[in-house]
Design a protein around this ligand. Structure first.
Ligand code: HEM
Length: 203
């Protein structure tokens, strides 16, 4: 199966995937392969992720409405998008992140696990952690997303995705294959995003 090339989308502010602005990841592609192996992530999963790209692409905004609705309706999560000055949600920040989140859906479905992808995974982890949060959008918001919510959010993200995977008339079995591939990919990504949260030498 051929891997689609990484095409950074220049129109999205702060989206630096595939550019020289992203530092090299501190883990290797070989180590990434072993994490994928541990997750039972196969080429078949990569295939089903790529199938999901055309299914999801027309519905990304609606999917983001669901995910943003989830975060927005939970004050303990919305907290991480609030301004330090008055504790109110920073709508400009939410909007800026939303554009990159939409691109993330397409990037996840592209299933292209090369060096640029690995590097950007560590970058996304940093952007949740105090070592990188707020810098991309130049905002004065809460300084750090607490780690405990990162793995916990996997379930609502992946559970709410499922009905969207059925939007293009695939069989229940095919929808299940896409969904399992997404579940594995999101677990893989959150594992990589954990890097800055784990004590040096322990990852
Ligand atoms: C399954 C878990 C999660 C996924 C898939 C996810 C996804 C993303 C994505 C794709 C971005 C944009 C990355 C980029 O800049 O290209 C992002 C940024 C962000 N996410 Fe998450 N996220 C998760 C967990 C959380 C949690 C639990 C919170 C807490 C509310 C959170 C708050 C944020 C914030 C504040 C940003 C902006 C960071 C910055 O300043 O650059 N995320 N997330």
């Amino acid at each position: 199966m051929s891997q689609p090339a990484t095409v950074p989308s220049p129109g999205i502010p702060g989206y630096t995937y595939g550019t020289a602005a992203v530092p090299r990841a501190p883990i290797t592609l070989e180590e990434l392969e072993l994490v994928k192996k541990t997750l039972l992530f196969s080429e078949e999963d990569a295939h089903w992720l790529r199938v999901s790209r055309d299914v999801l692409a027309p519905h990304v905004e609606e999917l983001l409405d669901v995910w943003y609705g989830f975060v927005g309706s939970h004050p303990h999560l919305l907290h991480y998008f609030t301004r330090l000055s008055d504790g109110r949600p920073d709508t400009g920040y939410l909007e800026a992140v939303r554009k990159r989140f939409g691109q993330w859906v397409l990037d996840t479905a592209a299933a292209n696990y090369d060096q640029a992808w690995l590097d950007y995974q560590i970058e996304i982890g940093r952007r949740h952690h105090r070592s990188g949060k707020n810098r991309t959008d130049g905002v004065a918001s809460v300084e750090h997303v607490h780690y405990r919510y990162l793995p916990a959010l996997i379930y609502p993200i992946v559970a709410t995705l499922k009905p969207f995977l059925a939007r293009k008339g695939h069989s229940a079995e095919e929808v299940e294959k896409m969904w399992e591939a997404w579940l594995k990919s999101v677990i893989l990504q959150i594992t990589l995003w954990s890097y800055p949260y784990v004590r040096e030498g322990d990852f």
